[in-house]
Structure formats: C-alpha cells, structure tokens
Ligand binder design. Structure first.
Ligand SMILES: C[S@@+](CC[C@H](N)C(=O)[O-])C[C@H]1O[C@@H](n2cnc3c(N)ncnc32)[C@H](O)[C@@H]1O
Length: 263
C-alpha cells in the first residue's frame, strides 16, 4: 500500500473543508503579510490546492497583476478553478513543482504553503522556483514539522501510534528543520523567518484540530498502525475531553521569507 497521501477527489474536498476554518484563514493572513504582493505584480503559488490564497493574491495584485497557481492534483485544480472562476487575473496550470511551465524570471514573487513536504526531489523543485523568479524576487515558503502536532487525549498509546504513523504520509515530514539550509543551497538568501501556532481548545468542525484528528486517525488506520475501531474510540475520547473543557490541539507552521540572489 502506498504511504504518501494522494489528493484525490475525497482528500481534496476534505482539505478544502479544513482550509475554510477560521484557523487557516488566519494562517493565510500571516502568509499574505509576509508575502506582501503589490499592485501589478506577477505572483506564483506552487501547489495552490483549493485556491483560497490565489484569491487573496489576485485581490492584492489587482487587474494589472497576475496570480498564477500550479498543482499536480486534478481534483484540487477543479476546486481552485471553480473558486477563482470570476477572476480575470488568475491563471491555474496543471503541473509538478519540479518542472514549472513558465519562462525564466517570469515572477516578482512566489509562495508555497504546505506543499514541499510532498515533493521528493527538493533540489530540483527549489532550482525551478529560483529559475522562474526575477533576480531579487521574494518567496515565502511555509511548512509544518510533524513533531509539533499535539493532542490531549484519553488514550496516550493510541495517540502515540497515530503520531508515529503520520510522518509517513509525505516525503519530508520534518522539513522546517532543513528548509533554511536547502534554500541557501538553491540560490536563495534568507530574509526572514516566522512561526505561526494554531491552538484549539474546542473540538468541532469549525476548528482545524478537528480536521487534523480525522486525517491522522484515518491515515493511521489505513496504514494498519491502529484498528479502525481504535481510531473511532480515539475520536470519541477527544469529544469527551471537549465536553469537560479539556480538549487541546496545537500545531506549528514555520514560514521562511527568501530572496533570489542577484547574481
Ligand atoms: C496540503 S495541500 C496545500 C494546498 C495549498 N498550498 C494551501 O495551503 O491551501 C498540498 C498541495 O500540494 C499539491 N502537491 C503535492 N505535490 C505536488 C507537486 N509535486 N507539484 C505540485 N503540487 C503538488 C497537492 O496536490 C495539494 O494541492
């Protein structure tokens, strides 16, 4: 059985739902602040997923600018194209982060959130990102370290098995630890770093932690790390904690602001 998560129709729809939560809307605001796209600029979103960030970028660059998205998943592309159907300054392409379908020095800025974790050949992907940026062009890359995902639970043994299985869902589950070095080796200068923490004290669909709990327990059961019933009991335990005010979820996002070296 494949270990990597595939963004098929079901997974893309689940991801879209989780990215509509206020937690992820707030995270996008942090990304936009660091990216700071200006009117008339051409901005690339690598792995644009359901397209919420593309909409934000399109608003910031205005009618004379361009928000360009690229994704490898047909299901994600369909969601993003639908979400951005009324915007004339959005272009959405199918493709792989390791082979960007744009000419050299095409973009003023670029962004990629929660994507490079899934890309095996990061040397190739960052070389491509560097190629399509103008000299001095800035890129914001955001990634999560799987070890920062925390749940209070009623069954610590199941929590451990779920947390141990989860890093297998992508190629680079601990990417933030090496991202600065990798970008430096790919012709980028680090301009700034930021950490953004998502914390939930309630367990319901409006909170990102609800979606993470679902995704991680379903994945662990599919991988045989826990029985399906144990996953359901674990979720029931989180609901019990919620009822007594003892639910806790937290995850860290790490943002890297980089600039393409001039020479
Ligand atoms: C966790 S989602 C993040 C989506 C979006 N960046 C966001 O934050 O809303 C990961 C996205 O990366 C895309 N992806 C994974 N591997 C990719 C690759 N090699 N090239 C392009 N996109 C890729 C997936 O299809 C998916 O849309």
């Amino acid at each position: 059985m494949s270990e990597a998560i595939e963004f098929d129709e079901k997974e893309a729809a689940e991801t879209e739902r989780s990215y509509l939560t206020p937690d992820i809307a707030a995270t996008r605001a942090v990304v936009m602040e660091l990216l700071a796209p200006g009117p008339g600029e051409r901005v690339l979103d690598v792995g644009s997923g359901p397209g919420m960030l593309l909409r934000d970028i399109a608003g910031a660059v205005g009618p004379s600018g361009l928000a360009a998205g690229l994704d490898i998943s047909e299901s994600m592309l369909a969601i993003a194209r639908h979400r951005c159907r009324d915007l004339g300054n959005v272009e959405i392409m199918a493709g792989d982060a390791t082979a960007l379908p744009w000419p050299d020095a095409h973009f003023d800025r670029a962004v990629s959130t929660q994507v490079y974790e899934y890309v095996s050949d990061l040397g190739l992907a960052f070389a491509e990102l560097n190629r399509v940026l103008k000299p001095g062009g800035r890129a914001v890359i955001m990634a999560t370290d799987a070890d920062t995902i925390l749940f209070n639970s009623t069954n610590d043994a199941t929590t451990s098995r779920i947390r141990e299985a989860w890093p297998r869902h992508c190629a680079h589950p601990f990417l933030p630890r090496e991202l600065g070095r990798l970008l430096g080796e790919s012709g980028f200068e680090l301009v700034g770093r930021k950490a953004h923490v998502i914390v939930n004290h309630e367990f319901n669909r409006e909170n990102f932690g609800w979606h993470v709990a679902r995704a991680m327990s379903v994945y662990a059961a599919k991988q045989g790390a826990i029985a399906k019933e144990d996953g359901m009991a674990w979720i029931a335990g989180l609901r019990e904690l919620d009822a007594t005010g003892a639910f806790f979820f937290s995850v860290n996002r790490y943002l890297f602001l980089t600039q393409k070296c001039q020479s």
